[in-house]
Ligand binder design. Structure first.
Ligand SMILES: NC(=O)c1ccc[n+]([C@@H]2O[C@H](COP(=O)([O-])OP(=O)(O)OC[C@H]3O[C@@H](n4cnc5c(N)ncnc54)[C@H](OP(=O)(O)O)[C@@H]3O)[C@@H](O)[C@H]2O)c1
Length: 292
């Protein structure tokens, strides 16, 4: 299995349905992302109540040649209650062999592609039988280039990895200046140990950072602005991303905006270099106290 290549900034498609675009507008967004060097798109079967993959696939079908310029990620394992899945009676997890295979094959149909670059198990389930997941991954060889997990603890990651004869390539986790648990719960340590690069969802706190509704976000907005000024007028979101990109595990932020100017700012943020002291000043603003 060759090593995967993802763009330094990943475009999340979770909110694609909310943007209310027609297929040509969706295609334009995809093209503009590619022009910016954002070649990796993050999906899940459930986004938009099981609709976002189809919306993306419909746009991609207008210019199928773009497929070779991009990497498509999808996820499976969460069952949502929605009119689009009347058989789902309870919000729950499903990671059995047949469920994973059927979900991935459905993602391929919806995205109108013959392969996924990466399939993630969306959430760890207490009912996950690692051998069954391994069987599903084996059955999907040829249709899925790489496999990974999302929101897994290090021991859950190790359990699944122990049943595979190829490496899981990422753990997609929540991390931002607004949510820092992964700095201390061992997830990032494991990524370094295994030399895999994490993907970070809600890298801007899902937008909560900008609303300044909590004491932590109020402190952060001040410090991020100060550091942005020192770095020649970089914007708040750029400094918040530079803080993530400073981590030695070399993460990929997965952004949730549909606004091209915000995605362009994120790409520019990959060139910013914080000092370690600036990084800790942001940590201190988030935590509300200095390091021990
Ligand atoms: N694996 C998982 O369990 C999991 C869970 C959640 C999400 N995800 C993935 O992660 C992606 C990103 O998640 P997210 O949407 O929570 O991430 P996010 O990028 O942290 O948040 C996006 C929100 O921030 C707002 N925003 C961005 N820049 C802004 C700025 N400069 N000023 C004001 N508001 C700004 C956006 O508003 P605008 O839209 O107006 O720009 C949007 O509402 C999703 O699309 C999905 O692919 C994965």
């Amino acid at each position: 299995m060759t090593s995967p290549t993802f763009s330094p900034i990943i475009a999340g498609a979770m909110n694609l349905g909310q943007w209310q675009w027609n297929p040509a507008e969706r295609l334009r967004w995809i093209e503009e992302c590619l022009e910016l060097g954002i070649t990796t798109f993050d999906h899940a079967d459930i986004y938009g109540g099981y609709t976002c993959e189809g919306l993306f696939g419909e746009a991609l079908a207008l210019r199928p040649s773009l497929r070779s310029q991009m990497q498509l990620i999808s996820k499976c394992g969460i069952k949502l209650i929605t009119p689009n899945r009347p058989s789902n009676a309870l919000k729950s997890y499903a990671v059995g062999r047949d469920y994973i295979i059927a979900s991935a094959e459905n993602s391929l149909r919806e995205l109108q592609t013959d392969h996924l670059d990466l399939l993630l198990i969306h959430r760890p389930s207490p009912l996950m039988a690692a051998d069954e997941v391994a069987e599903a991954f084996a059955a999907l060889a040829g249709k899925v280039r790489h496999f990974g997990v999302s929101n897994f603890t290090p021991t859950q990651f190790d359990l699944l990895q122990s049943r595979l004869d190829f490496p899981l390539v990422t753990n997609q986790i929540e991390l931002s200046v607004m949510q820092m648990s992964a700095l201390t719960d061992g997830t990032l340590d494991q990524c370094q140990q295994r030399r895999i690069r994490p993907m970070l969802w809600s890298p801007l706190g899902g937008g909560a950072l900008f609303r300044g509704e909590t004491a932590a976000s109020k402190r952060l907005l001040v410090v991020l602005r100060e550091i942005g000024d020192v770095l020649g007028g970089a914007a708040l979101d750029q400094i918040a991303l530079a803080w993530l990109l400073h981590l030695p595990s070399r993460p990929y932020p997965v952004l949730g905006t549909g606004k091209i100017e915000r995605l362009a700012a994120a790409v520019a943020a990959t060139q910013l270099q914080l000092t370690d002291e600036q990084w800790f000043a942001i940590w201190e603003a988030a935590a509300g106290h200095e390091v021990a």
